[in-house]
Design a binder for this molecule. Structure first.
Ligand SMILES: NC(=O)c1ccc[n+]([C@@H]2O[C@H](COP(=O)([O-])OP(=O)(O)OC[C@H]3O[C@@H](n4cnc5c(N)ncnc54)[C@H](OP(=O)(O)O)[C@@H]3O)[C@@H](O)[C@H]2O)c1
Length: 269
């Protein structure tokens, strides 16, 4: 019997399979991917030798649902009667209530919000369990998501907040990176040099935050000498309300996630 069926073998589904195999959570023969596109099935079979890549769901202990929001209801219908124990959804904006109603009565559903850094095993994921889920189910879902990065548990009402922060967060950081590369060019650096310095600056700063455990404000104060260069740069950012812009960005993304997850939602695809 297969341990895990991943429905949707796109970017996130295949990142998850890669993480589960790399971390030793599962062996290739314990996993399968159900993917409608034949070219993606071929890609999965060649990237992960031994993983079964099929066009429609096959029996397994548990399921990860990794399709686009607009495909989730139909994918759930295909799972009905399959005898699966638990379903972990990484589908953005689709609520546990919706998933339970599309699956079967008493379905054990865990909703998660990972992010795109799953592809390099560095996701920040939030998870929430449905009404039929046990502590053991949550621990199991946490172990699945831990194969692609860090996991926090939240009540479902805060999943939209996590979407605004860590789900959309990589895009905010990519925008900052784009702007920094352009800024480097503006002050005379070659574009490639500017790119290398920008990427390493973001990586180094993130590592300092993660590895020292120091709060961001302490790390910032440590490199801001009175009347110095960094103080001048920070003043320019504060004058342009960068802090307020991030507050607004996270709030807007969280609000949009709430709209997508409510009945009669619009713009979902
Ligand atoms: N990418 C991210 O950074 C990120 C972060 C957090 C959460 N998520 C969520 O993760 C989910 C997957 O995203 P993704 O970027 O991996 O999408 P994706 O690359 O489009 O992968 C989904 C795949 O599932 C296939 N599919 C659709 N219905 C199916 C079915 N019934 N059975 C089997 N396969 C089916 C799709 O085929 P077709 O294209 O032909 O429909 C597509 O190849 C989305 O709900 C997204 O909101 C993504």
């Amino acid at each position: 019997m297969l341990r895990l069926l991943v429905v949707g073998g796109g970017r996130m589904g295949s990142a998850l399979i890669g993480g589960l195999l790399r971390s030793g959570w599962a062996t290739p023969s314990e996993c399968a991917a159900a993917e409608v596109r034949s070219e993606l099935r071929e890609e999965i079979a060649s990237r992960f030798p031994g993983v079964l890549a099929v066009a429609a769901p096959v029996p397994a202990d548990d399921v990860v649902l990794a399709v686009k929001p607009g495909d989730a209801e139909a994918a759930c219908a295909q799972l009905r009667g399959g005898g699966y124990r638990r379903v972990v959804s990484i589908v953005a904006g689709v609520t546990i209530d919706q998933l339970e109603s599309w699956l079967w009565p008493g379905a054990r559903v865990i909703r998660t919000m990972p992010n795109t850094a799953a592809v390099v095993g560095a996701s920040a994921s939030a998870i929430a369990g449905g009404s039929s889920v046990t502590a053991e189910d949550l621990a199991w879902a946490e172990s699945v998501l831990a194969s692609i990065g860090v996991v926090v548990r939240l009540p479902e009402r805060l999943i939209d907040s996590a979407t605004g922060l860590s789900g959309s967060g990589p895009a905010y950081v990519f925008l900052v990176a784009e702007a920094l590369v352009e800024a480097g060019v503006l002050v005379g650096l070659d574009r490639e040099v500017s790119r290398v310095l920008t990427v390493q600056t973001l990586l180094g700063s993130a590592r300092l935050l993660a590895e020292t455990g120091e709060p961001a404000e302490a790390l910032r104060a440590a490199v801001t000498s009175p009347g110095g260069t960094t103080a001048a740069g920070l003043r320019a950012l504060e004058e342009r309300a960068v802090r307020a812009a991030f507050l607004a960005a996270v709030s807007a993304s969280a609000a949009r996630a709430g709209e997508l997850g409510s009945p009669g939602r619009s713009g979902i695809s």
